[in-house]
Every structure is written in C-alpha cells, then in structure tokens.
Write a protein that binds this ligand. Structure first.
Ligand SMILES: O=C(O)CCC(=O)C(=O)O
Ligand SMILES: [Fe+2]
Length: 969
C-alpha cells in the first residue's frame, strides 16, 4: 500500500525526469557519463566549448590515420523494410505478428502499427521515411514504459545510472517547433502512443507531447544512415557528438546496427574529430551549391536526408552518412583550405601553406591562367590568356569566406568569396570568380540538359536502376532502352569534353566534370560493355585524383585514403566483371579491400566480403547480379562465421617440424649465420602448412584479435601506422589458432637452431619462457619499421630472431621488404617477404628495417632467448686496444658481429635512421616528432663525448654503400 504523500513525491520526481525535460543535475550526470565512457572505452575527450558547442577531441598523443577510434551499437534504430518487424528486423514476420512486440507493446497499439507508420510518413512533415517513423514509435513506447516506471522508481533510477531516456537529453535537437507540431498531431490521432494519466488515456499532457516532439527532433538531428536496414537509421550516443567539417578528419563505416569511426588523416594531439554530415566527399553539392547549411547552431534535419539518399547511397557498402543535413539555403562550401588560412597577407599564407604541406586543391579547382595586371569583363575575354598561362600548372581554389564567424556558428560551411592560386598565391578578381562560376554552371547545365529539368527525379531513377542492377531485380523491356541510353551517353561525353576544351575554366578534376561523367556512367551501368567500363574508370580516376589531394594515399601509392574509393572500386569491379573482365574486376576488388581494410580494420563484415570477392570474383554479369542479390545473406554468413569461431580445429594438420629441424641445424645454416649473420630458408613449412598458418592470421585479423602496434621509444609510447600485432603468449589466443600456437609451444625451433649458433654464443633457452611469438599484420598503406635491433640492450635476453613470411603472390609493387644491414658491411641485403620464407639472424647484432608495404603483409616473428651470456657487460661497452683503434679495418671487423655496435649504430647511420623513422611514422603521425627528436638527442649525446665522436667519424667513413639497395633476395 503506497501512502498518498509518497505517491505525490514520486509523481513529482517522474515529471522532473521524463516529461518536463531534464533537471540540471540529471543533465550534468548524463554528460559526465557520456564523457567517461568516451574516455574510458575509446580514449576520446568530450569538450564543452562556449563557441563551438560540444565536440570530441583526440587525447594528447593524437591519432594516426586509419585508426579505429570508436565502435558502438545503435542506441535506437529504425529499419526500412516495410514487411519486416520493427523490433527484430527479420523477414519472417511483420510487426503486429511478432510475439516480442505483443509482449511489450500496448495491446491497443500493436494491430495499428502499420497504419501508424503510414500515417506518420504521409501526414507528418518531420517524418519522411519508414525507418524514422519506426525509430520514433520505439522511442515513444520506451517513453510510455519509462514514465510509468519512473513514477515508481525515479529515485532509484538516478542511483543506478539513469533510465533509458536519460542520455538522450544530452543531444542536440533541431527544428523543435516543427517536431512539436507533429507530436501534437500524433497526440490527436493516436493518443495512446503517448504517456498519459491512467484516468484519461486519450488525452496526453502537454508535457508528454513536448517530450515526444523532442524525441523526434533529436532522432532527426542525430541519426546515421544504416544501409543494411533497408536502409534504416540509427542513433549512436557517442558517435553523434562529433562536429561537422567539409574536410573531415574521420569517417564512419556501418554494418547492421553497428558503427565504426576511423581516422582519415593523422589527428594532431588534442585535435578535434570531425565528420562530414552530408557525406559530400567530393562534390560541393548539386548545381554548384553545397547544400550543407545547418540550423539551430547544431544540426539541421529533414530535406538533406532524402537528398543524401537520392545521391545513390543504396548499394554502397555501409559507409554512413549523417542523415539529416537540412537544406536551408544553397551554400557552396569552400571545401578547401583550413579556414585559418583566411585573412593573413599572402606572405604569411604562403608560409602557412608550406608549413602544413599544402597546397591542397579543393573539389572546385580551376586552372590559374591570370597575369596580375589583367582586367576581365567576360569569360570569353579570358580565353586567349589560357594559351599562355601566367602561372603554369597553378590551381585556383575557393577558400575562406566572409560569412565566417556568423554569430554562434563559427564552424559552419559558408560561401567562399575568395579564390586564390595555390601556386602563385594571386587572388582572383570578382570578374574572374564570376567567370569560373559561369563555367561551372555551364558544365553542370550540360550534364542536366539531357536529364530533363527535374534532377531529383532523375537521381531517383538512377538509384532505382542501380538498385535493380545490384539487386538483380531486372524487369522486362530493358533491352530496347539500353540502346537509347547508349546514344545519350555518347552525346554527353562529347559535350563535356568539348566544353572542357573550349571553356577550360575548370580543372579536369572539378566536381562539375565528375558529375557529368558520373551521371553518364550511372546510366550505362546496365550495359555491361567496354564502354561502360571506360566511363567508370574515368570516374575512378577523377575521384581518386581529387581525393588524393585531400586525403593522400598512405605511403603515397595507390588510392586516396577515403571510403568513397572503396565504394567506387567495388562498383567498378562489378562493372568490369559484368563486362567479362574478370582479372580487372579482381584487381579492383583487391584494391577496394585494401582501401576498406585500412579504414575499418580487417575485422569488419563488409570489408571481409570485399576480400572474399577479390579471392573468388564472380565472372559473369549473372554471377555479379546473383552475388549482390544474395549479399545480405552473404554478409550474415560472414557475421555468423565470426561469431562461431570457426577456426578452432579447422586444420588438424601437424607442421613438418622434422624436416625443418634438420635444415635449421645443418652445416649450411651454421655457416650462413656465422659468416653472413643471416639464414634464409625458403619453403620452410611447405605449402599446406604455410597456407594454414596464413589462414589463422587472417582469422585473428578478422576477429579483431590483433591490436595496433605499440612501440616504446625512450619515454614515448608510439604507434606505427597500419601495423597490427598479437602476442601469442596468451593461451586463449593460442587455443583459437592452434597451428600458430604450436610455433611457440614446440621446442623444434629452439632445438633446431641450437647447433647453428656460432661458437661462443652458448645455447638457447628451452621452454616457452625462453621464446616469444608475435603475429604481425601490416595493412599496407605504407606501414613500415624503422632501423632497429630486436635486442637493443639490457633487459632483453633475445639471441635469435626467426621471421616467417606468409604472403603469396608478393610482387615488387607490394613493397614491405626486410632489409638487413650487417654493421659497416657494404650495402644492405633486401629480402622479399615471400610465402613460407624464413629469415634468421642475431637479435643483438643485426641492424634491420622493413620497407613501406603497399599491400597487406603478414609476418610471424619468433624470438629465441639465449641460455646465458646475452648482453654481458662486455656487450654493453665499447672496448678496443690502441692497435685496433689505429686500424679502422680491424675495428670494423671486430664490431661486425659484436653487439657493442648498438652503442654507436645510431650515430654512424644517423641519416638512415632518420629517414626510416620518417617513413615509418608517415608525415605528421602522432609521436613522429618525438621519435625524431629522441633520435637526434641520442646522436647528439654520443657526439658530446669527444672519444666517441672521433670513433663515430672513423666508422662513418668505413660504412659503405649506406642507403644503397644491395643484394636482392
Ligand atoms: O616484419 C618484419 O619483417 C620484421 C619485423 C621486425 O623487425 C620486428 O618486429 O622487430
Ligand atoms: Fe625487428
């Protein structure tokens, strides 16, 4: 029996929590919880800034590109499959028939669900799709339940860390007023969907209507598109806290109801994380106006969602867009230099650009053709000048804006009012700008002329075609149309190219050109011919060139570091396979996989799918259609495989240890180790064994069981970009990959190599404690290791390093060679990381590095400890007699196999170390500066000592062929 007084109290508490909006203490608690989770789970920092509002920033160590920064499940989602249940998203039953729905939804509502959804989409201004209607319905059901519960347990809720609705209060909600109107209509039409007092269930209070309106507004403002859900959309509590940028440093990948955030560029220490809400990656928007305006100082909603969809999102591989961007006005975003580049005089700008490694052309580049003293009146009067450009090769781009800093919206995309050549720095005159814009208009006009005036409708058609293409829903009567389409294309390409010739006021990578070629390519998608392949290749080239300027390919090779490239490569692969070019298709899928895996990590279902396509590509149009038709099933299968841990016991093979042992301990190995300091053994385990080991590493990578490399460098903890590792000392890990596990568990390597050790080195330590096994995946993208010793000194007992490479089909373009530099000894030995190749050398006396890899690369490293005498006092000092000192050749011979070389190698090979460190930490990767500084400090410290300095100078003269590429193996 509840007393009247306590009833009243609880009622009041519930009102404060759920209906009248959050109390300030609740809000504070919610923020703190979000910030704590972000920090504890992902190492991200939530900032509340008066000017910028709320945003997320990197920790003090920053992030390297291609890093998975965050992964989370949708807090609430809505699917777009009309016939499927809104809670289980399965085709087996519709919502009203679902036992789960019947158990938890109000009985008066269940049968009405389809009608409510339809009504919402048709009659409510702010509900524009099924998934949004469904997400809102779900939220309202929770609101009802929670309001009821809240009345009984408000106090407890606060203690426990809050109710389901609470975190939502921390999110921005735009267009509240319109959403409130929709909520009012809903309260009138379906009152039972909203919480209301038990006494009058069909008259929801104003407070509950306000909350319902707010829920819709925040769903609209914060949701991300979820492609596999129909497409649907989801609200991600943490991911939605990121700010917008037209040149974002992060991108999303989604799969099912999961989202992953990855860094597109190196993110400086404490740098803020941004995404492009509109996902306009390359185009400043339709008809030259970027429709990226936002309302309410935060995020808009509504039209942009549909607009984004009409861009042909369907069929893309789960890279999310924010789904809301409201089209408030046509705003051409400068999509170019940092806003900070605005304003300063050109000298300062030049310095700024050079410091930042810019210039970076935008999506709207025009060639620089001008001479400073010209005045122009029309575009045509510019043309003669084009033949002798005043600034050869210069590219003029829009940058900055005058509207910047509009009150309360300092970071909003805005109108670029200034254009500047990134080469000669000259700023374009208003007349020139008008001419550029007229040329843009003309090309965009050329593109849309044939499409009829309703561009949106056309886009919708294109999307439909694409859908049919990719889902194999071919209808009759297509053959005849195809011929017509072919005609249209030919005219169009000609038109665009001739415009480019006669009106070369835009650059060939300008988005207007892309739009034109892309629309042609889209229309040809059903025509599996070499002609459509050619169009798609042209699209690929333009996008890659444009994006490569903004997101340079990691390691400088291949495709831009951007999700759009993975999507595009996948599409080009489909077109190629359909046209019968199986090998071309395979290469595109392989490139798509490479690109995607750098951005999602390998353990992401759609990325694994790309790998499988590359390994076993469909080879006819029918196969392509049926594959993509079945794609949902295939992805589910991959996902199930991942859950089921299929690898355990998959291979019951035993590695052939016996044969290997004999080869390891042979006279030949012993001789090679003694005289050359290294052993190279090809076909170490044989084809079956090597293949099985490779599969196990792939398994580890795909399950997310490998972690980003972590390297201690003096006082610094740094990460080598693109390198993932797993330490096999973990018995649980070994149990999942038993063959790899046996490399650590078995004594064979230790026993085999003991007789190969040069005299005086003692033996090897037996047992697992005397060994370590590191599994390494290099994602490509330029991942490398700088010069180093595996045993850098005291504390390490490592005697021998055994590397095993598992890269079938390696070729020179893949890079990633191991380079060994016997101290002072001629030029280094370059070793290709071939499948089943084993390389053995002394951990404490072999300077080595790994060249940047441009292709995925797998390597196992086994370190074998010595049984005694590793890093003895003598090894850690430099001692030589005066006779030795007098004869540098003698000195060199002495140091050649001596671990003492480690004391001076950094100073002797100073430049090589520095260069390799730069390569390894690619550009401005966090920690790079510190590593380089620590290296310089070390070299300086050695030079402080006059005796050492003299020795170093002598040795530097002795080193031969430094930096050369020597013997190739
Ligand atoms: O990846 C390789 O080839 C060697 C890696 C290496 O040198 C190391 O992990 O210490
Ligand atoms: Fe190493």
């Amino acid at each position: 029996m509840v007393s009247g007084a306590s009833k009243k109290k609880k009622k009041k508490a519930a009102a404060a929590l759920s209906l009248a909006g959050p109390t300030s203490s609740l809000l504070k608690a919610v923020y703190t919880r979000l910030a704590n989770t972000l920090h504890a789970q992902f190492g991200l920092v939530l900032v509340q800034n008066k000017e910028k509002g709320r945003y997320c920033r990197a920790p003090p160590q920053g992030f390297e590109p291609g890093r998975v920064l965050l992964e989370e499940e949708a807090y609430i989602w809505g699917n777009g499959h009309a016939e499927w249940c809104l809670e289980c998203d399965t085709p087996s039953h519709a919502s009203p028939a679902c036992p789960r729905i019947r158990a938890s939804y109000p009985p008066s509502i269940v049968p009405l669900l389809p009608a409510i959804e339809n009504w919402m989409m048709e009659d409510l201004e702010r509900v524009q799709s099924l998934d949004r209607a469904r997400a809102w319905i779900k939220a309202l059901i929770r609101l009802r339940a929670e309001t009821k519960e809240g009345m009984a347990t408000a106090g407890e809720k606060e203690k426990e860390g809050g109710g389901w609705l609470d975190p939502l209060w921390a999110l921005t909600a735009c267009n509240l007023e319109q959403c409130l109107q929709d909520a009012r209509k809903l309260a009138h039409k379906f009152p039972r969907l909203l919480p209301s007092p038990p006494s009058s269930p069909s008259s929801p209070s104003a407070a509950s209507i306000a909350v319902a309106g707010r829920l819709l507004a925040l769903l609209n403002t914060n949701s991300h598109e979820l492609e596999e859900l129909g497409p649907g959309s989801g609200l991600f509590l943490h991911a939605c806290l990121l700010e917008h940028s037209c040149l974002p440093n992060c991108a999303f990948a989604t799969y099912g109801t999961k989202l992953r955030l990855v860094s597109l560029t190196a993110i400086p220490p404490n740098g803020s994380l941004s995404i492009d809400y509109a996902n306009l990656y390359y185009s400043p928007g339709a008809k030259g106006g970027r429709e990226g305006g936002r309302e309410g100082g935060g995020r808009g909603e509504g039209g942009g969602r549909e607009w984004a969809r009409k861009q042909g999102k369907k069929g893309k591989r789960g890279w999310a867009t924010k789904t809301f961007v409201h089209v408030t006005r046509s705003i051409p975003c400068s999509l170019t230099l940092s806003r900070r580049a605005t304003g300063p005089p050109s000298g300062v700008l030049r310095l700024f650009l050079s410091m930042r490694g810019l210039p970076r052309p935008s999506a709207r580049p025009v060639p620089c053709f001008s001479l400073p003293c010209l005045s122009f009146s029309t575009a045509s009067s510019l043309l003669p000048r084009l033949q002798s450009p005043g600034c050869e090769g210069g590219v003029v781009c829009p940058f900055g804006d005058e509207e910047e800093g509009r009150e309360g919206r300092p970071h909003e995309p805005s109108v670029p009012t200034r254009w500047r050549c990134l080469r000669c720095m000259r700023e374009a005159s208003p007349t020139e700008i008008a001419a550029f814009q007229a040329a843009e208009e003309e090309i965009l006009g050329a593109e849309s002329e044939d499409e009829g005036s309703d561009e949106d409708e056309e886009r919708g058609d294109r999307r439909k075609e694409e859908k049919e293409e990719e889902e194999g829903e071919e209808k009759g009567g297509k053959e005849g149309e195809r011929v017509d389409e072919g005609k249209v294309e030919a005219v169009e390409e000609e038109k665009v190219d001739s415009l480019l010739r006669t009106l070369p006021l835009v650059h060939p990578t300008h988005f207007a050109v892309l739009n034109a070629v892309e629309s042609t390519a889209h229309r040809l998608i059903r025509d599996p011919s070499s002609q459509s392949v050619r169009y798609w290749e042209r699209v690929l080239t333009i996008v890659n060139e444009g994006l490569s300027d903004l997101y340079p390919p990691p390691g400088g090779k291949g495709y831009a570091h951007h999700p759009e490239l993975a999507i595009l490569l996948d599409r080009v692969a489909q077109v190629k396979a359909s046209a019968g070019d199986t090998e071309g298709a395979r290469q595109c899928w392989a490139a798509a996989y490479q690109c995607a895996s750098l951005l999602t990590g390998p353990n992401w279902v759609p990325t694994i799918d790309l790998r499988r396509l590359a390994e076993d590509p469909p080879s006819t149009r029918e196969e392509v259609l049926s594959y993509y038709n079945e794609r949902e099933k295939i992805l589910n299968q991959i996902s199930d495989d991942m859950k089921e841990e299929k690898m355990v016991g998959k291979h019951s093979i035993e590695l052939d240890w016996k044969a290997l042992k004999v080869r390891l301990g042979s006279e030949e190995s012993r001789g090679a180790l003694e005289t050359q300091g290294m052993v190279i053994l090809d076909n170490a385990f044989g084809e079956t064994g090597a293949k099985a080991m490779r599969e196990e590493i792939v398994f580890l990578a795909e399950r997310g069981l490998m972690t980003p490399n972590q390297t201690r460098f003096g006082p610094h903890e740094v990460r080598k970009p693109f390198i993932w590792e797993a330490d096999m000392h973990d018995p649980l890990l070994r149990a999942r990959v038993p063959i790899l596990g046996s490399l650590l568990e078995r004594e064979a390597l230790t026993e085999g190599l003991t007789p190969a050790l040069p005299p005086g080195l003692g033996g090897l330590r037996r047992g697992m404690k005397g060994r370590a096994l590191k599994v390494q995946r290099n994602g490509g993208g330029g991942g490398s290791f700088a010069w180093h010793y595996d045993n850098p000194g005291k504390g390490s007992q490592r005697r021998l390093t055994c590397l095993l490479y598992l890269n079938p089909g390696w070729c020179q373009e893949h890079g990633g060679e191991l380079v060994l530099q016997p101290f002072l000894e001629g030029s280094p030995t370059v070793i290709a990381p071939l499948m089943d190749r084993m390389v053995i050398f002394r951990s404490d006396a072999m300077l080595h590095r790994v060249m940047p890899a441009h292709h995925e690369r797998y390597c196992l490293t086994v370190w074998l400890d010595g049984d005694h005498n590793v890093n003895s006092e003598r090894d850690l000092q430099l001692r030589f007699s005066s006779a030795e000192a007098a004869d540098p050749e003698v000195l060199a011979r002495k140091l050649r196999f001596s671990p003492s070389q480690r004391l001076v190698s950094r100073a002797v090979y100073a430049e090589e170390y520095q260069k390799s460190l730069r390569e390894c930490m690619a550009g401005d990767t966090p920690g790079a500066k510190e590593m380089l500084a620590a290296h310089d400090d070390h070299v300086q410290a050695v030079k402080q000592n006059p005796a050492m300095q003299a020795l170093v100078e002598t040795l530097r003269k002795l080193k031969k062929g430094a930096g050369d590429v020597g013997m190739n193996m």
